[in-house]
Design a protein around this ligand. Structure first.
Ligand SMILES: [Fe+2]
Length: 528
């Protein structure tokens, strides 16, 4: 798959294909672009979220109860329509709430290279939030906080903490937030149970990743039900319940603890997106789970190399060796309907963080383990802390297991979605066609769109993504035919986007009926 380098300024290897390898199997998909003009259109989604059972994961599960004392934290980077909808739902469910409005200053426009400083800063901010939560938990003024949309959660014995991932109406008014929780949970568990029993894990991706690691017994308890209690205690002191297992919506494709002396992640990781935005193609060479080389990557690569050279000699608590640049994360998203927001991308909170939870997307993370006690210890010792990412959109994950080897993700398709039991469960709620098809598959020239991967995409991915999102937003009916996509997915067959009739039906506990619908004035280019 990887060709040797032909010029000295280029990385050790990068993908070259005679023809786009996924052009038939993973055609681009982009959901309908329905403009939301009233708060009413947002209510069915929040109704479903309000009733999902509470957990600490990344699925929005507010579990609102009458009389519950809630603080919702928002800032001026949230769309006011979404804040108003959240307020109405808190009222509808009889909560005693207050809304904390924070001024974050002007909305930032992002480039992918900003991720380096962003996470150096953000990690400190999260550490402050955690200290603040400690105090709030002791004060006992609230039963539940709805804050932020990634990162940590504290011990929740006295005060629960859930997410506020809804930044704009476009993000909220999606079937991702209508998904029945029992289905999301079944998909999470299908994935996690297989990883728990894997001896070795190999991850490949057509953007140039080929990496593997041994899933040592030492990472787990005796029965391999949870992570090793000693490692969990050391890494996640005080928050062991959270650290010992996967996070709903964010399944651990690599355990989020380091096993000193045994870390054997080896290979190459490459990609064109981090949590902030697309970046120039970046390659990481991994030996013993340590990043030993960072190649290409434009400004992102430059900044990472600088930070690496500044931290390679430092000792971090709980790390397997010297340096900050250890690979700890290969987390797997599980919700098929999450999509990249098109409006105002990438600015403010509208960045690539949200899309990491689409089913089958993997985010690779390296650095300190987010919100772990070891990260807080390192921060208190004055060490630079943070972690950085590359996303894989078309990964294949093969597990070597006792007796049978099996892939759990194939070219970005999480195979839980094809499992007969899970499909049966989906049928209970309206069918696999409604719930188990991804709404969004990014269009990447040279991979699943005509073109040369390097020339037309990877050497400057932001240039392509800007063009892609502009066409998708402004000329939606042209987009699918232009990229050779599958127009079926912009039909809104079930009326579940932008507050359509299907969304209201689901919120009322009924299954929506299939109907070939188009937004007024729009068309998907299907000729209907
Ligand atoms: Fe993560």
């Amino acid at each position: 798959m990887l060709d040797p380098t032909r010029a000295p300024h280029l990385p050790t290897s990068f993908p070259r294909y005679a023809a786009p390898p996924l052009i038939e199997s993973r055609k681009p998909r982009c959901p309908p672009y329905n403009v939301v003009s009233s708060v009413d259109q947002l209510m069915p989604y929040l109704d479903v979220v309000a009733r999902r059972p509470y957990n600490q994961g990344l699925h929005a599960c507010w579990d609102l109860k009458p009389g519950e004392r809630i603080q919702l934290r928002v800032d001026n980077w949230h769309d006011p329509m979404v804040i108003e909808a959240a307020k109405r739902i808190l009222e509808k469910y009889g909560c005693k709430y207050d809304i904390l409005h924070v001024d974050k200053g002007p909305v930032r426009q992002w480039s992918g290279a900003d991720e380096v400083e962003y996470y150096l800063y953000r990690t400190k901010e999260l550490a402050q939030w955690m200290d603040q939560w400690d105090v709030m938990s002791k004060e006992g003024k609230y039963d539940k906080l709805l804050w932020g949309y990634g990162g940590p959660v504290l011990v929740d014995t006295h005060m629960k903490i859930q997410r506020m991932p809804f930044i704009t109406p476009e993000i909220l008014a999606s079937p991702a937030h209508l998904m029945p929780y029992e289905l999301l949970q079944a998909i999470d568990l299908w994935t996690w149970k297989r990883i728990l029993t894997a001896k070795r894990v190999r991850i490949t991706d057509p953007e140039g990743t080929d990496v593997e690691y041994t899933n040592h017994d030492g990472y787990y308890d005796r029965k391999r039900e949870f992570l090793n209690p000693d490692l969990v205690h050391d890494t996640w002191t005080g928050n062991e319940g959270f650290g010992k297992t996967y996070l709903p919506g964010h399944v651990l494709g690599k355990p989020w603890v380091y096993l000193a002396g045994k870390e054997d992640g080896n290979g190459v990781i490459a990609g064109t997106t981090n949590h902030i935005a697309p970046v120039d193609w970046t390659q990481l060479v991994i030996e013993g789970s340590k990043i030993v080389e960072i190649n290409a990557g434009g400004e992102f690569g430059e900044k990472l190399r600088k930070l690496k050279s500044e931290t390679d000699h430092l000792s971090y608590p709980g790390f397997p060796g010297k340096g900050l640049f250890y690979w700890w994360e290969a987390s797997i998203g599980t919700n098929p309907h999450i999509h990249r927001p098109r409006k105002d991308f990438p600015s403010g909170w509208i960045n690539c963080l949200y899309e990491r939870v689409r089913s089958g997307v993997i985010h690779i993370g390296f650095g300190t383990i987010i919100s772990s006690m070891n990260e807080r210890r390192a921060a208190k010792a004055g060490l630079p802390v943070g972690h950085w990412h590359l996303h894989l959109y078309f990964p294949t994950v093969r597990l070597e297991r006792e007796g049978d080897n099996e892939p759990i993700i194939e070219d970005g398709r999480l195979l839980a979605l094809d499992d007969p039991e899970i499909r049966k469960l989906a049928d209970k709620h309206g069918g696999a066609d409604l719930w188990l098809q991804e709404s969004w598959i990014p269009a990447m020239p040279g991979l699943n769109v005509q073109g040369d991967y390097w020339e037309h995409y990877a050497k400057d991915p932001m240039k392509w993504v800007n063009a892609e999102l502009t066409v998708c937003r402004e000329f939606h009916h042209l987009f699918m035919p232009m990229v050779g996509g599958d127009p079926r997915f912009c039909h809104d067959t079930y009326g579940v986007w932008g507050g359509g009739p299907g969304a209201h039906a689901i919120a009322e506990g009924r299954a929506p009926t299939a109907n070939h619908a188009h937004t007024p004035g729009g068309s998907c280019g299907c000729g209907h």
